[in-house]
Design a protein around this ligand. Structure first.
Ligand SMILES: [Zn+2]
Ligand SMILES: [Zn+2]
Ligand SMILES: [Zn+2]
Ligand SMILES: [Zn+2]
Length: 227
């Protein structure tokens, strides 16, 4: 896994970068976000509870997301979003639960407003073989009109963690699956060493993308939000 210390992310409204902790405070005060909220309030839409949810990849502190989600949306909407931005490799099963592995499963059709009572922490598990776990916490709730027609608005996301080439220490842009699988080495490579790297049993090295699932079960992106 990437070893870089930085856990900065970018605010989707103003483009400024903040560390993971301060981002929560920033989103509450961000002027362009306040304008987006004010614009939404002038629209003909229903007022509802809107949840600020923080996604954290379990055991991988560099990967996190701040989402605003409609209380009337369902967990399946969040599942679809997580698959698109971080997880989907080959259509594995997934589930939400309270209490992680062995905890009580919560049905996908359950509404967000029914699930996120104060203090509740959910675990999302994607793939019960090579599993990816995401911990989800409700940071805050506001009453208002959604800023998007979709169930979820992406408010902030971690920057792509920096990695160094295992040959020369320069910034890396590629990942070798054979290094991971055969040698248990996080095989990151720069643009020049990717050309001379000897491994090809698991295909060519893949580009580094902004997902905690990179390199697991052949996941190779694109790690883009669905909307
Ligand atoms: Zn901002
Ligand atoms: Zn897979
Ligand atoms: Zn290199
Ligand atoms: Zn390799």
């Amino acid at each position: 896994m990437p070893r870089a210390k930085q856990s900065k992310g970018k605010c989707a409204y103003c483009g400024q970068e903040y560390a993971k902790g301060p981002m929560t405070k920033h989103l509450a005060m961000c002027a362009p976000r306040q304008s987006a909220i004010a614009r939404a309030e002038t629209k003909r839409a229903t007022t509802e509870s809107l949840y600020h949810l923080r996604m954290q990849a379990a055991g991988q502190p560099l990967f996190w997301l701040d989402l605003e989600m409609r209380g009337s949306a369902a967990l399946k909407d969040l599942d679809a979003y997580l698959r698109a931005i971080w997880l989907e490799c080959c259509g594995h099963l997934s589930q939400f639960s309270i209490g992680g592995w062995g905890g009580s499963e919560i049905p996908m059709k359950r509404g967000i407003a029914q699930v996120f009572q104060p203090g509740v922490e959910l675990t999302h598990i994607y793939d019960f073989g090579t599993s990816s776990e995401t911990v989800i916490k409700a940071v805050s709730v506001r009453e208002g009109k959604p800023t998007t027609a979709h169930p979820i608005a992406l408010m902030a996301r971690n920057l792509l963690p920096e990695s160094q080439c295992l040959e020369c220490g320069q910034p890396a842009a590629w990942l070798c699956e054979e290094c991971i699988i055969e040698d248990q080495v996080w095989g990151t490579l720069c643009d020049s060493h990717v050309e001379t790297h000897p491994h090809d049993n698991y295909g060519e090295p893949i580009p580094l993308v902004n997902s905690p699932r990179l390199g697991m079960c052949g996941y190779d992106g694109p790690a883009e939000p669905p909307y």
